[in-house]
Structures are given as C-alpha cells and as structure tokens.
Design a protein around this ligand. Structure first.
Ligand SMILES: [Zn+2]
Length: 274
C-alpha cells in the first residue's frame, strides 16, 4: 500500500488497524500514522501507538484520510463492529486498504496448521465476503481486488527464533533455499495448469484508495521479507542474478533474501468502475 501513502497530502492522517509491530513503515514526514492494537511488542512499532479495541475506536468521527487493515480483519472477533467503526472514523472521501488471507489456500492452511489456528477467527473464502460487508457498513465503494501471492516467510528460519515448531522439520527447518525452490515449483505448476497453489489471499481498495498504475499480480514475493516486486523493478534493483539452466535466482532488493524468479502471468486485477 506504499503507493497510497505516497499520494497523501501533508497533514493527512492514517490509521494502521491491528498493526502489532506496524504493518508498513512510516514512508513520509508530514503524514501522521496512528497504529492501534490491543498490545504492542516491546521494541516493535514506532510512531504514534494507541492501545485500544478496534471494535470501540477511541477516535472522533471522520478524522482519518486513509485506513489500513493489513492482515488484521481475519483476527477480529467482533468483525461487524470493527468494520462499522472503520466507517465512522473515516472522513468523507477517505480511502481504505484491506488485505486478508484466503482461508482456502494452501499457504493459509499451512500457516494455521503451524500456528495452531494462527489467531484467525474469520475465514474468508471469496472476495465478496470482504467486499459486501465493508461497502454496507462503511459506505466506501469497492475500487479493485488484487490477488496476493505466497511468500512462506513465516516458515523461513531467518524469521523463526530458535528451531521453531517441530512441524518446521517438514520444511527443511525453514531453509531459505528449500523454500525458494518450493515457491518456484508451486508458481510453475500454477502457470502450467492454472491452479492456485501459490496464491495466498487478496488486497482490496475502497473509496479514494486508487490502485493506480500498480502492476499486478506480483507473483515474485520474497521468501524472507514477504515484499512483492514487479519484474520491471527486480530487473533494475535486484542484485546477485544467477542462472541455473532455465531458472534465475536473485537477491531481494529489500532484504537480500535468496529467491527464484518466476515469469508474471496475465493481469488479473478486477476493477469496479466508480
Ligand atoms: Zn526480501
């Protein structure tokens, strides 16, 4: 959602809902980012942290220009109340960005299996299960839906302290190169057979949150940091390109993680005309 933050005018206010350690970095001075969660890890998020319940937001009506729920809606027990509150604190003409896992995907099933549910209480299986209640309860119109692809970063031993759960043994103890090969294999199967093994979930734009010229889908999602990049960006910015026959590897420009490159499929963004 960096493209949304970069377009905000000076003085704009952003609510990062269920942010925990912050679901995105502070990208520009002059924009106030308020991060709300029930608790914060020590030494985690920076900026304006508010400890509070998303179903009872401690803010006045219509004060935020952009609301971000980046992989948090699946965790809220009082989902309808949370969405209604999002609509209440959004100013007229605000934008809303939402990203959630698709509970029917292989990645989300592995995540919940490894994490004994992973704290997910709202299993979304179709985009309409997100779009319809948000439009109804916030009054913000749906603009676009984009598929998100898996990173498997939650299995990567760069991100798991110690040895992690014993279940990680099935994934070569989270070895980055093993996971990179696994991801590349899933994406290759998808490209050949039209399956969805490498898909993870969706992101949605509502109201003034214009998806703009962001190219999609970004299948090349880093196996270490989870950042998605376009082929164009990777060709310019990624380092360490190597060829293994028909397969190319590169180092993520954001974190240096080892990744195998996959060709991008056709454009699949589904836009709703305003
Ligand atoms: Zn990375």
């Amino acid at each position: 959602m960096i493209h949304l933050l970069s377009r905000l005018p000076a003085g704009a206010r952003v609510l990062d809902l269920g942010a925990a350690a912050g679901s995105f970095p502070d990208v520009r001075p002059g924009v106030l980012v308020v991060r709300l969660d029930l608790k914060f890890d020590p030494g985690g998020a920076a900026g304006c942290l508010v400890r509070g319940d998303a179903a009872r937001l401690p803010f006045a009506n219509g004060v935020f220009d952009l609301l971000v729920s980046n992989h948090s809606l699946e965790h809220f027990v009082e989902l309808e109340a949370v969405v209604r509150e999002m609509g209440r604190v959004a100013r007229p003409g605000a934008g809303l960005y939402v990203a959630v896992p698709d509970a029917g995907t292989l990645t989300d099933r592995i995540y919940r299996w490894i994490g004994r549910g992973g704290g997910h209480v709202n299993p979304f299986r179709k985009p309409a299960e997100v779009i319809v209640p948000i439009e109804r309860l916030t009054g913000l119109s749906h603009r676009a839906t984009r598929d998100l692809y898996s990173s498997l970063s939650f299995l990567n031993n760069h991100n798991v302290r110690g040895w992690g759960p014993k279940k990680l043994l099935l994934f070569a103890r989270g070895d980055e190169r093993f996971l990179a090969v696994l991801l590349w294999s899933l994406r290759t199967v998808d490209r050949v057979f039209g399956s969805g093994w490498s898909r993870y979930g969706w992101e949605f734009h509502f109201g003034a949150a214009d998806p703009g010229e962001a190219r999609d889908p970004w299948v090349n999602v880093c196996v270490r940091c989870g950042a998605g990049h376009s082929e164009e960006y990777l060709r310019e910015q990624a380092s360490g390109w190597r060829k293994f026959g028909p397969v190319e590897s590169y180092r993520c420009p954001a974190c240096g993680g080892f990744n195998l490159f996959s060709a991008e499929p056709v454009r699949r963004t589904r836009r709703t005309q305003p």
